[in-house]
Design a protein around this ligand. Structure first.
Ligand SMILES: Cc1cc2nc3c(=O)[nH]c(=O)nc-3n(C[C@H](O)[C@H](O)[C@H](O)COP(=O)(O)O)c2cc1C
Length: 322
């Protein structure tokens, strides 16, 4: 009879992978616990961004991404689980409950994605002018589809230009909002820390000629000639609807796309200003003709000089064992 409960050791191993997920400003808005032999992932409201994330959308995307890593870690250990999103309507902070299923060996695809977990990181630097092949593009689209999401890669100057315009407008709206700039500054790290965005990972400051607006994590002027690629590969990830559950599922889809990209040697940065401003998000949805459903993230994809993974709080800080 296989053991159908997870142990504290399973919890810690899965959480160690989960915490490598991306989160807005690297806030890491998650906690993990064992409950009657199941692993539960909770949203930590103390780590939600009051200005940048008033609805909790970003925290749910981050938790969904963490859940994907957690699922992978359990599968690679031969102990895959069955996931229920938001299992207790009265406890909305419980994002997911993972119940142990029958043991089985991991698939080759699961092993490849899991191996990408420690290597994945945001790359905000200019990319090389190397095209992303149709096969690589297809892999990213399929990764989103496998998690019930849609990824649309924008082709041609007109769609990319339209997105760029929406993104700049959203960026202007955010920059003018009270408390926004101070919050971004508060999560920018100039010295060692276990959360926030290290200034060295923040990417160069946006300049007037840039097609897309970066997030201002510190002020790093760009070396002369190091402009961004003129024709970036830009993708929009969307979900069928926009409930809290949809947003968690979209986070899992995002992480599957990011790990697939890492496994393929691609670099990615995220750009969520057009998602954070409701009017801009709606404009983006309409500009895409509804093809991705509700936009949940914008990605810039390409090849570039690898950066390095950013810090995380330790497993002890995010796991509740009882
Ligand atoms: C919901 C969400 C929104 C994000 N928005 C942006 C963004 O607009 N600009 C950006 O440079 N990075 C963005 N990121 C990336 C995070 O800053 C990044 O994941 C975090 O700093 C951890 O770094 P890592 O991705 O290298 O692990 C976003 C990530 C998430 C999950």
């Amino acid at each position: 009879m296989p053991d159908t409960t997870y142990t504290g050791a399973d919890l810690r191993a899965a959480a160690a992978a989960a915490i490598r997920a991306p989160s807005m400003h690297n806030t890491q808005p998650w906690r993990f616990r064992l409950c009657d032999g199941a692993i539960e992932l909770l949203l930590d409201p103390a780590r939600r961004l009051p200005v940048g994330d008033p609805t909790g959308w970003a925290a749910r995307i981050g938790c969904g991404a963490a859940l994907f890593n957690l699922r992978l870690a359990l599968a690679v250990a031969g102990r895959p689980g069955t996931v229920r999103l938001r299992p207790y309507p009265a406890q909305p902070l419980v994002v997911a409950r993972v119940v142990a299923g029958p043991p089985r060996p991991p698939t080759v695809a699961e092993q490849a994605l899991f191996a990408a977990v420690p290597r994945r990181h945001s790359n905000r630097a200019p990319f090389w002018p190397v095209p992303v092949s149709p096969r690589q593009r297809w892999k990213l689209v399929e990764a989103a589809r496998a998690e019930n999401a849609q990824l649309e890669l924008l082709v041609g100057a007109a769609p990319v230009g339209a997105l760029a315009e929406i993104a700049h407008t959203a960026n202007r709206v955010l920059t003018a909002a009270p408390g926004y700039t101070a919050e971004v500054r508060n999560w920018t790290r100039y010295a060692d820390a276990d959360d926030g965005v290290p200034v060295g990972s923040g990417g160069p400051a946006t300049e007037p000629q840039d097609l897309l607006p970066g997030r201002p994590f510190g002020v790093r002027t760009r070396a002369p000639g190091r402009d961004f690629e003129p024709e970036p590969v830009v993708a929009v990830l969307g979900s069928p609807r926009d409930t809290a559950t949809d947003q968690i599922a979209a986070g899992a889809a995002l992480q599957r796309v990011l790990l697939t990209a890492t496994d393929a040697g691609l670099a990615v940065s995220m750009l969520s200003q057009p998602i954070e401003v409701p009017g801009a998000r709606e404009q983006l949805r309409l500009a895409l003709g509804g093809r991705v459903g509700v936009p949940q993230m914008v990605l810039r994809v390409g090849y570039g000089q690898p950066g390095w993974p950013t810090p995380r709080r330790g497993v002890d800080e995010v796991v509740d064992e009882r």
